[in-house]
Design a protein around this ligand. Structure first.
Ligand code: PRT
Ligand code: ZN
Length: 211
């Protein structure tokens, strides 16, 4: 049986995931509207999915391995093996508050309402920091929540910081540093494991060539 890999269908990790496979010498023709495709010269089948669905599909064995952000892996909290960090999709999950708010330490978040799309990671962070705050889960446009009075602070992904800046917010805590990772379930057949080892060998060579 071929090795089945799940990658993002469209979005920030799509291009780099395809590029990595191509740099590994794997020939795939990527129609973005297709659900899946097969590599012409490698025993690999590629599924195109929403990033949020990838951990579950890999856990369930619909796909064997996947490329997804560590932030999603941690938030979904599925029993997956992280096989390799891939060096792209770098960002951080950060806490931000309105730039006019006086902020001296994490304790200033006590009793505040925090909007996020990452309630699991945030909950864990607040617990570790012994902060009691109210988590408001929203699925998108988290950065507008303070401006419309929905929250006092936000916990969201940041890369350049320009989204925070444009919304009058300042970054005050880093909760997690993230990048794209290759994950796998632990039910690969010996043949699939051999294909994964071969893929991994090529990925490591590609990474080495870039350093
Ligand atoms: O459709 P699908 O569900 O698959 O995609 P999505 O919209 O949920 O995810 P997508 O494509 O936005 O991001 C996929 C992954 O890319 C994330 O899970 C992260 O691992 C990674 N990544 C890297 C980022 C960013 N950088 C990033 N900057 N994901 C999101 N952002 C957003 C952030 O949420 C904020 O809205 O970009 C904005 C901030 O960017 P800056 O540059 O203004 O700071
Ligand atoms: Zn998503």
């Amino acid at each position: 049986m071929k090795l089945r890999i799940a990658i993002q269908k469209s979005g920030r990790l799509h291009e780099d995931s395809i590029k990595l496979l191509k740099e590994c010498g794997i020939d795939i023709n990527n129609g973005v509207n297709k659900l899946k495709t097969e590599a012409a010269n490698f025993p690999l089948e590629v599924f195109f999915l929403r990033d949020d669905d990838i951990p579950q599909y890999v856990e369930d064995g619909v796909a064997d391995i996947g490329i997804v952000g560590e932030n999603v892996v941690l938030e979904k909290n599925r029993p997956l093996r992280t096989v390799e960090k891939l060096g792209f999709g770098k960002c951080r999950l950060a806490m931000a508050v309105p730039k006019g708010m006086e902020y001296n330490s994490i304790r200033d978040l006590n009793g505040q309402r925090i909007a996020t799309s990452y309630p699991v990671i945030l909950q864990d962070f607040l617990k570790r920091m012994e902060i009691e705050a109210e988590i408001h889960e929203i699925s998108g446009s988290v950065e507008i929540a303070p401006g419309i009075g929905l929250a006092d602070a936000i916990c969201d992904l940041v890369s350049s910081g320009s989204t925070l800046f444009m919304n009058g917010l300042k970054e005050v805590e880093t909760i997690l540093r993230s990048e794209a990772v290759l994950v796998s379930n632990n039910r690969l057949t010996p043949e699939q494991q051999q294909v994964l080892d071969k893929l991994l060998f090529r990925i490591q060579a590609v990474k080495k060539a870039k350093n």
